[in-house]
Structures are given as structure tokens and as C-alpha cells.
Write a protein that binds this ligand. Structure first.
Ligand SMILES: [Zn+2]
Length: 348
């Protein structure tokens, strides 16, 4: 069934292109031109900005939570997965980059494939890297795919291969794939239904629909709870620690078992930002994004509503509310709750 749907999308794309006068000939010529970039050099003798060094290894291991003893001490080696890190140009960019890369991207931009997304990377390790190793690398455009239609849009996969050397010896290969694509047309219809974007704003309809949450195996239980207007926090089955956002395992003890606790709905603003710029479809600036500390102790990012955004303050009591978005799904948000600071009887 799914294959049939994809086939329909392809058919629609073909119709769109034909209507726009993009015939099979033009497309074949374009794709032939793209193929001429395969095998062309993208970087010649790039040099790592720093030799392999202990501080970068230590920062990486801290960020990754990797405490493996091989990466520590005077005889430590670099984690193999750091391979690309030693070749990165940083904010000031790369030197020695060849025009082929720029040309290919300009060609794709010109064909309307103006968006880019990294899809995957493969690495091969040939020798361990040790502090003091000087890194050099070459890269080439390994392949440009035929035209592919994905959920994001239609475009071309470009695979770049980088060969990394340490003190002149082969140390590893890093293959990096991106999709350059023309974004699929988005629905620009205004929200429908009585529950549509009630807090979206003053001053006219905002264009576009609010982005939908990405629901996967690991967080489906959370969104099921939200649909039932419950905010569920995960509780570790091993050590009982509460965690949010949802994760497949416990950061405290590593246990994979868990159950849930329903949040009572009260909390305070732990931190916040007020978004003015850049504007996003479906969001009417300015609006407040808060890091909310729930009464249970975990924190979550959400919108703070029900108060002018310049009056949001750290420590402000808030209370859970559910926003019906586009009349289709619910989103947990937090409403300023002036009464929430006082304790004692009543609802609190
Ligand atoms: Zn645990």
C-alpha cells in the first residue's frame, strides 16, 4: 500500500514537472551533467587545524559520556568516531576546498534544490590516532544519485568521501551523504475547525501549520498521554529516578525498564527566552519559550501563555494546560498561574 502512495507522489511530481515544461530531455541532460562531478576532487591536501590532542579528546569523551580507559592517560588514543572532528574547519571555514563542490551545489540550487539535509555517514578506521598526530586529508565527490523523491521533497543524494591521514599514513575514511532537494509544497490553507490555533495570535492569521511532533517508538507513550490530556513523566524501573524528555534507558543506572507518573501540572519558570526573530510559519512573534521546572522536579521546554511575554519571569508559577492545535492534536503548554505561588488550601 505504502509503495502505491509513493508511486502516486512520483506521478504527481512528474505531472508538475511536465506542466512546468521540464521535459524528459532536459532532465536527462541535467542528470548527465551532475554525473560529471562524480570522482572530482572537493578538497586537496586539507590540513587539520590542530594535531590530535588530549584536551579535544577529553572534551569529546565528556560530551559523549564515554569513560573508556583507552581514551585516558598518557598512552590514550582518540576515540575512532572523532575522525571527522580533526578535519573540521571551525567557524573560519576550510582551506583548500576545490571549486567542484561549489559548482555542483550551485547547479543543484539553480534547479530548485535549495534545501539540504545530512542523511548519514560511514567511517572506516585504519589506525588509531594518538596525541601529536598531524592530520591531513583529501576529499572527493564520490557519487551523485539519480533524482529521488522523499517525504521532504525531490532531489539528489551527494556522497563525499574524505581520506584522512595521520603523519602521512592512511588513518581512516569518512563518507558523508547529504540530500539537496526542492522542499515539497506545503499546505498553506488556514487552520480549520473551532479549536484551531486559539493562542496563535493577535493580528491576523499566521501562515502555515504548527510543526507536528516527531512521534517514535521511544516517545509514543508521552504523546498518547498528551492526547488524553495527561503529562506523563518516565520513572526508571531500576532506580526510580524520574526523567524527561523520554528516553529508552535511564541515565542514572542504565536500566531499560520504566513506568510513568502523571505530572500534577504545577511548576515554575526555571528559565525562558522571548522569541522576536526569526519568524517561523505558524508562530506569531513575540512569544515566550520557557524551561519549566515541574513540581516533580524534571524540566521541560514549552510555551508560557496567558501573560504578556515581557512579564514572564524566572520563578513565576505556572500551571499545565493543553492547547488544541489545528483542531487535530494537543500540545502541553504552561499558563501563568498567579495563585500558584501561594500554598495552603484550595486547588493551589
Ligand atoms: Zn535508573
Amino acid at each position: 500500500m505504502r509503495e502505491e502512495v509513493r508511486e502516486e507522489v512520483r506521478e504527481e511530481m512528474r505531472e508538475v514537472n511536465e506542466a512546468a515544461g521540464v521535459g524528459a530531455h532536459e532532465r536527462a541532460a541535467f542528470e548527465e551533467k551532475l554525473k560529471t562531478y562524480e570522482g572530482r576532487v572537493a578538497t586537496t591536501t586539507g590540513a587539520g587545524k590542530d594535531p590530535v590532542n588530549e584536551p579535544m579528546i577529553r572534551h569529546w569523551c565528556e560530551a559523549m559520556g564515554d569513560t573508556h580507559p583507552s581514551y585516558q592517560g598518557p598512552d590514550g588514543v582518540a576515540p575512532p568516531t572523532m575522525l571527522q572532528a580533526w578535519t573540521m574547519g571551525g567557524l573560519s571555514g576550510h582551506q583548500g576546498r576545490n571549486e567542484a563542490h561549489e559548482e555542483l551545489f550551485a547547479l543543484l540550487d539553480g534547479a530548485g534544490c535549495t534545501s539540504i539535509v545530512a542523511t548519514d555517514c560511514e567511517q572506516e578506521y585504519l589506525r588509531p590516532l594518538r596525541p601529536g598526530d598531524a592530520i591531513t586529508f583529501d576529499s572527493l565527490i564520490e557519487s551523485v544519485s539519480g533524482r529521488k523523491t522523499t517525504k521532504l521533497g525531490t532531489g539528489y543524494f551527494v556522497t563525499t568521501r574524505m581520506d584522512v591521514r595521520a603523519n602521512g599514513e592512511p588513518a581512516g575514511t569518512h563518507r558523508f551523504r547529504i540530500l539537496k532537494y526542492a522542499p515539497a509544497a506545503r499546505s498553506t490553507q488556514p487552520p480549520e475547525g473551532p479549536g484551531a490555533a486559539p493562542e496563535a495570535g493577535r493580528g491576523g492569521p499566521s501562515r502555515g501549520k504548527r510543526p507536528r511532533p516527531v512521534v517514535n517508538r521511544d516517545n509514543a507513550g508521552f504523546w498518547d498521554g498528551v492526547a488524553a490530556r495527561k503529562l506523563l513523566i518516565q520513572r526508571c524501573g531500576g532506580c526510580g529516578v524520574l526523567r524527561f524528555p523520554w528516553l529508552p534507558g535511564c541515565n542514572a543506572c542504565g536500566a531499560a525498564e520504566w513506568d510513568t507518573v502523571e505530572a500534577c501540572g504545577t511548576g515554575t519558570v526555571y528559565s525562558y527566552v522571548v522569541m522576536h526573530h526569526p519568524p517561523f510559519p505558524a508562530f506569531e512573534p513575540p512569544y515566550a519559550v520557557g524551561l519549566i521546572e515541574l513540581a516533580e522536579g524534571v524540566r521541560m521546554v514549552s510555551n508560557v501563555i496567558g501573560v504578556p511575554c515581557d512579564e514572564v519571569r524566572i520563578g513565576m508559577p505556572v500551571r499545565l494546560a493543553f492547547l488544541a492545535v489545528d483542531g487535530e492534536w494537543e500540545l502541553p503548554v504552561f499558563r501563568a498561574d498567579p495563585a500558584g505561588g501561594s500554598t495552603g488550601g484550595g486547588e493551589g
